[in-house]
Ligand binder design. Sequence first.
Ligand code: PAP
Length: 343
Amino acid sequence: MDTAEISKPRLVSLTEDADKSPDDELLQLVQTLPKEQGWAVSNLYLYQDFWCTAHFLKPLISFQRHFRAFDSDVIVATFPKCGTTWLKALVFSTLYRNQFARKDTPLLSFTPHQLVRFLEHDLYLNNSCPDLENICVYKPRLFATHVPHASLPASVKDSNCKIVYLCRNPMDVFVSLWLFTDKLREENQEPLSLDKVFDKFCRGIYIYGPFFDQVLGYWKASQENPDKILFLKYEDLKEDISCQLKHLAVFLGVPFTEEEEKQGVVEEIAKICTFEKLQELEVNRKGLFITGVPNKDFFRKGEVGDWSNYLTPAMVERLEKLIQEKLDNSGLTFKLSSTASDA
Ligand code: PAP
């Protein structure tokens, strides 16, 4: 393999030391991992049973080796395109609501991804031991990750830190992933073939995939330890955000007081975090995310059931079968449209 694959990102130079040669240890590891072509350009490597790019292996391993969780930490965990941006905004606004005037919420000036930073592909990207105490302006510390439960650092699993996990129905996740990834391709590249990427998605080949393994990993862990892991669904947030926000606040140990409820604080937080509100903010319309992706690409449609505008009946049938097969006897169900009941 080419060493550049480890050290250089595909879109922009992410790191000041991107041209430094990577550890031999890492190179050796990558050479032993099963490899598949990714959806856009980068190859994917199967590391600890999930797919990831060579470039993100180094920060991922640093996160796994060096991160020490505090009991007070909160970690937002998601599979990509399950509503990460929304969940970051909601948890940030709920947890820190008494640390700033709501009319001056930092969400007006910073993107949710700047306020709640990813551990493995942001904080540990350029630094194997970032100074998290100083980086985290608000306390308790709040982080984000896409890493599967089984691969989280031991201190996250063994401490009393809390994890808020958000999942979404796989049909909408797939469409969101496909349209997002299609924007990442180089100008001279063909558009991503829906058939090809759909087949890869069904075979679990996407960054952080397989989807079902990750979702079920967090689902089972949340069932075993509901005080530690709160398992939320995008469709439920869409259906009744106030109820879900109250539930979230109780889980985080900062329940809304009667006074706050009377003052409409819950509704205010829900409103500033809506797709429409966040999408129209200048900070989310301009600038680039750390990987070089435009911030605006994190706001596409934000609906339940948009898959029906893209997937063929054969694709729907294949995914429905997969959902049935993978979730059988797990007790986990997904709502596939805003009007349907759970499937
Ligand atoms: P990430 O996991 O790559 O960080 P994530 O935020 O999960 O990104 O993905 C963006 C999706 O969340 C988009 O879904 P769509 O393609 O189906 O439209 C985006 O529109 C949606 N999204 C972003 N912000 C919100 C929000 N405030 N409310 C609801 N959905 C949102």
